[in-house]
Design a protein around this ligand. Structure first.
Ligand SMILES: Cc1cc2nc3c(=O)[nH]c(=O)nc-3n(C[C@H](O)[C@H](O)[C@H](O)COP(=O)(O)OP(=O)(O)OC[C@H]3O[C@@H](n4cnc5c(N)ncnc54)[C@H](O)[C@@H]3O)c2cc1C
Length: 813
């Protein structure tokens, strides 16, 4: 074993081998994979080997498509058979709601280049002869489904990597990982030590234990999973003989089952409701090539449905039941990327569908390590989407929920209950008493809307029980004044002698003067967005030690702190702190907002003393606050930041003062309706790391000519010159009873040309609005657009000027 390497990959399952292969293919050949046993000694060897392109997140779906396309290449490179059978498959719907969901999947597939087609249940039965068409209402055909040999694929990655110069050390167990003062990692094994610049934790079933070696508690947990293999079936033999093809894959969502042919019989797996966690706290090191005891009672309810939906199973015997463990993150997507605070330590774990996702994970991680960027939008897999709040007990609750809902529909207005409430703000009980319906962001309870007694969300793809109530919240804001809780924003304090110079380099905007705020895009080296913030200069004028306040996307707190800290000066001249819930937030908005504020503070709130984008410390009632004159509603409004111990007092003061103006509470759904009619985008929806500021319409906040050499300046200047490729646009959709959710296809002149990032109903303007990206060549054509909602194309037109207050008179009044 070598004593030094650029990279040590820990774990020889399908994921670690894929990472090794991709690093070597990308040119890093001084890389070694350490495996404590034979390759495939975790979850990999007993996998059912199914592969699919479909994923709830379109960017993960793209990487799944890449994974499947890779198998031919690694087979050729390695000379090792992968056993790939590209049979195609059917995704089955037993209810209309499921068919609506599948229609959405097809719409996404259109712009991802995934060939999907809605077919009838009868047509599905012609493709998959074992199903009873009477049990289903329709299906989707996917030509890219199939299965493979898990061990063959893993060895093919490893052999291909070796041919490119990488090394694999089997029977080499990593026992400890220690960071040296010079930043290199000592990887200590039972056979000696390797010193490496980078370490990748691809420990699969033992990812938690490997993480603990560096003081990291990763939110992953293993679940037991069962599939059965039947005796040979005459129906299968007949079909094979008659058509010369295998029985295709089937996913029966309502039965919570997946099926495929296995030799002369069938394989049927299930994500059962009565699921079981495996090795809750610690994975035993002596677990290897072994299976768990099957428990047929646990899967009996699913099998009962399966036998009804696929009657041929009733007449056949079960040859074997496989029960094995594999790991999940709380939301079921992988955990990939660099870990905040541990430079050179990377993770590629929690991969629950290694044969659909392993290739994409390897590609993204190797790009990230070598180029400094994953090269794709992998937010849905980024380890930074979780923070310390994702504790072991939280992970346990969420993973169990996620497993039991693996094939369940999640409606766009459906909030999942497990692991909640976890983080709450001081006004939580007050808002609950007023009917708040709660959602969750980054572990924090967030009010979505306020329901009268006895009303709650009815889960639906269409406009639902909240519609009229959200309309009233919107009317309160536009007609007078609304009050909302905005603690879910991420808040940062930046201080120190070097703060101004550092921010000038980190952010693409011009820095505001003391007492002023600005919108602040943050770019990567390639000139694409990595953040969009509100930056406030809250330091005393002329002070040496300047102080800055930044508000940004709450879900991206860890993501942005990782970026900030990676670029922090080493001399201590800048101090950056994520304030999390050390600071709570409230907002008031609407034409009467100033009058409300004026009643609760002695500060001068006139437009001259406190104009648009001003920021100041002022007392609200008895509570000391930081108040910024800015509002995501696009109306006259204020964002109020307050220490949590004062939040209730500030809230009560505003509510009482607002009574005479008919103040109403509004939640995040009303805020969505309000921002849509202002064409305002938001991070993780419109603004993501694959778009440039010009494409995203944020170029007006980029100070291309400023003196400071901000990160991404050169690329941003080039984008401006060349014009980029895409444009973010707002569309008015001729919708009926359903609005866009996100990820729908945008058609132009009968061809799919773009995708929706978000949307909804703008209650004040009474219009259905969608925001999305289209190629710049068609971005100024007002007509010819259609947006697909639930399988139906609706006429849409570009709304260039905001529907509400296009001249910004209200906002600046
Ligand atoms: C019953 C069942 C059916 C499944 N069916 C499918 C399917 O149809 N399709 C699909 O895509 N996925 C399926 N999966 C999931 C799939 O198996 C996993 O997604 C995949 O195997 C994860 O691979 P991995 O490399 O991340 O982890 P693992 O396979 O667990 O590999 C981790 C490796 O790291 C090694 N290791 C850990 N710690 C150390 C250390 N300290 N030192 C050295 N080596 C170490 C282990 O020995 C192990 O070999 C199934 C899983 C099960 C259990």
């Amino acid at each position: 074993m070598k004593s030094h390497a650029k990279v040590v990959v820990i774990g020889g399952g399908v994921v670690g081998c894929s990472v090794l292969f991709h690093l070597a293919r990308h040119g890093w050949t001084d890389v070694v994979l350490l495996e404590r046993d034979e390759l495939t000694s975790g979850s990999t060897w007993h996998a059912a080997g199914g592969m699919h392109t479909i994923n709830g997140d379109p960017n993960v779906a793209k990487l799944q498509k890449y994974t499947i396309s890779l198998y031919k290449e690694i087979e050729e490179l390695s000379g090792q058979a992968t056993g790939v059978h590209l049979t195609g498959g059917v995704l089955l719907a037993a209810t209309e709601a499921r068919l609506d969901w599948l229609r959405g999947v097809v719409s996404k597939g259109r712009y991802l280049g995934i060939d999907l087609e809605v077919i009838s249940a009868k047509e599905a039965a012609e493709l998959m002869p074992l199903l009873d068409p009477k049990q289903f209402v329709g299906a989707v055909r996917n030509k890219e489904d199939g299965h493979l040999d898990p061990s063959g694929v893993t060895h093919a990655y490893a052999k291909a990597a070796r041919k490119l110069g990488a090394e694999v050390e089997r029977f080499t167990k990593v026992e400890d990982i220690v960071r040296r003062p010079d930043g290199l990692w000592r990887v200590i094994t039972n056979k000696g030590e390797v010193v490496a610049e980078h370490v990748v934790n691809a420990g699969g079933l033992w990812a938690r234990e490997v993480g603990r070696m560096v003081g990291l508690e990763l939110p992953v947990l293993a679940m037991e999973h069962m599939y059965l293999i039947t005796e040979d079936m005459p129906e299968v033999a007949d079909w094979n003989k008659k058509t010369g093809t295998e029985i295709i894959h089937a996913v029966d969502f309502d039965g919570e089952l997946y099926l495929r042919q296995e030799r002369g019989g069938m394989l049927m797996g299930t994500y059962e409701k009565a699921n079981k966690v495996w090795s809750e706290f610690q994975t035993p090191w002596n677990f290897g090539h072994e299976l768990l005891e099957p428990d047929i009672d646990r899967i009996a309810p699913s099998l009962e449905v399966g036998f009804r939906h696929f009657p041929a199973f009733q007449k056949t015997g079960i040859k074997q039941i496989i029960n094995g463990p594999f790991t999940f993150a709380p939301d079921g997507n992988p955990l990939v990327g660099p870990v905040r605070g541990l430079p050179g330590f990377w993770v590629a774990c929690g991969v629950m569908a290694g044969f659909s996702q392993g290739g994409g994970v390897g590609l993204a991680l190797s790009n990230w390590m070598i180029e400094g960027d994953p090269g794709a939008d992998i937010w849905a897999m980024d380890v930074a989407r979780y923070g310390d709040w994702a504790t072991m007990a939280y992970t346990n609750a969420k993973v169990r929920e996620n497993y039991s809902r693996r094939f369940s529909i999640r409606f766009p207005n459906e909030e999942l209950p497990a692991g909640r409430p976890l983080k709450t703000t001081p006004v939580y009980d007050i808002l609950s008493a007023r009917g708040a319906q709660w959602g969750v962001a980054y572990g924090l309870e967030v009010p979505l809307w306020y329901a009268p007694e006895g009303v709650k969300d009815e889960f639906s793809w269409r406009r639902s029980s909240d519609f009229d109530h959200v309309a009233k919240e919107v009317a309160a804001v536009r007609g007078g004044v609304g009050l909302s809780e905005i603690s879910s924003f991420a808040k940062y304090r930046v201080m120190g002698e070097g703060a101004a110079a550092w921010l000038d380099r980190m952010l693409a905007c011009r820095l505001p003067k003391p007492g002023r705020m600005t919108l602040a895009p943050m770019l990567k080296e390639d000139g694409k967005l990595i953040g969009d913030f509100t930056l406030a200069n809250v330091g005393a004028p002329g002070a040496r030690d300047s102080e800055w306040f930044i508000a940004g996307s709450g879900v991206a707190e860890q993501y942005h702190m990782r970026w900030f800290e990676a670029h922090e000066p080493k001399d201590g001249s800048v101090r950056i702190e994520a304030l999390g819930q050390k600071l709570a937030g409230l907002a008031i908005a609407g034409p009467k907002a100033r009058e409300v504020l004026a009643k609760v503070t002695r500060a001068d709130t006139s437009n001259t003393a406190f104009p648009f984008m001003a920021v100041a410390r002022m007392d609200i009632g008895m509570a000391p606050c930081l108040v910024g004159r800015v509002s995501y509603t696009g109306d006259l409004g204020y964002e109020i930041w307050v220490a949590p111990e004062y939040q209730r007092a500030a809230f009560q003061a505003l509510l009482t003062a607002g009574q005479e103006f008919g103040i109403g509470l509004f939640g995040s759904r009303a805020l969505n309706a309000l921002r849509l009619e202002k064409n305002y985008g938001s991070w993780a929806r419109e603004y993501r790391p694959i778009y440039g500021p010009l494409e995203a319409g944020l170029d007006r906040f980029v100070a291309y000519g400023k003196e400071a050499d901000f990160i991404g300046k050169e690329a941003a200047v080039a984008e401006r010159k060349q014009g980029g490729k895409l444009r973010l646009r707002a569309f008015i959709v001729e919708a009926d009873d359903a609005d866009v959710i996100g990820d729908e296809a945008i058609w132009h002149d009968g061809v799919v040309r773009g995708w929706v990032t978000s949307g909804g109903y703008a209650h004040h303007s009474k219009k259905s609005v969608a925001m999305g990206y289209v190629p710049k060549e068609i971005a100024d054509r007002p007509d010819g657009f259609e947006i697909e909602i639930l399988g139906k194309r609706h006429a849409a037109r570009i709304q260039a000027a905001p529907l509400f207050d296009a001249n910004f008179e209200r906002m600046r009044a």
